[in-house]
Unconditional design. Structure first.
Length: 221
């Protein structure tokens, strides 16, 4: 990696950390830190000579900056990440690659049908989705639910199979329903071979958690 790119990454890390360090809904700096590290790990295991680690790392660092949940609007979030890339004076080709990734990465309740075309995009999307499952995913779900006043569980509520983005973000679910409406579906959306191996382990961990949860909920253990 070029020295200039390393300096851009360091500057971007400081910027993102300042933006998200006090975010308490599971989209904090440490989420970014994990996604960045996992994206680089996946990239190393994929062993494709065409993979650009700079694009992977920058996209991972910036992927939540335009998130509409963390901004006044979708447009405001997009403007923020565009302005940052312009401030870095990054070459247009790489800037466009990073923008294409961070603006189309989100799951959005399964309503996001944009297919990421580059291997870098698929790697970063895998890393982001892997951080939503397993032990970390369970912890983040509880943190997000608590931050938004959602119940842990309501046995009278059933998973919604078809949702608009507005319905997905309406707050009408519970922490446990979120497993069925999103988390347990993510394993099948992973692109990379190494990502799929991680997803299988983390998916099984969530299944075991739910088995234990229901037994404890029903007072059987």
């Amino acid at each position: 990696m070029k020295r200039q790119e390393q300096l851009m990454i360091q500057k971007t890390e400081r910027y993102v950390r300042k933006e998200l360090e006090n975010e308490a809904s599971g989209h904090d700096w440490w989420h970014i830190h994990r996604v960045r590290n996992l994206a680089l790990t996946i990239a190393a295991h994929e062993k494709e000579s065409t993979i650009d680690p700079f694009v992977c790392e920058m996209s991972a660092l910036l992927h939540d900056i335009p998130d509409e949940k963390l901004n006044e609007s979708l447009e405001a979030g997009e403007r923020k990440v565009r302005n940052w890339l312009e401030e870095l004076k990054l070459e247009k080709r790489k800037s466009d690659e990073i923008l294409a990734i961070v603006l189309h990465l989100s799951y959005k309740g399964g309503t996001n049908k944009v297919e990421l075309q580059t291997i870098e995009g698929k790697i970063v999307q895998d890393a982001d989705r892997l951080d939503a499952i397993g032990a970390i995913g369970i912890a983040r779900t509880m943190a997000y639910s608590g931050a938004h006043g959602r119940l842990i569980h309501d046995p009278n509520k059933k998973p919604r199979e078809e949702m608009t983005l507005e319905e997905y973000r309406s707050g009408n679910d519970t922490a446990i329903l979120h497993f069925y409406e999103k988390l347990l579906k993510l394993k099948e959306t992973i692109h990379t071979n190494y990502g799929k191996k991680i997803a299988a382990d983390r998916h099984r961990y969530m299944e075991l958690f739910l088995e234990e949860f229901y037994q404890e909920w029903d007072g059987k253990k």
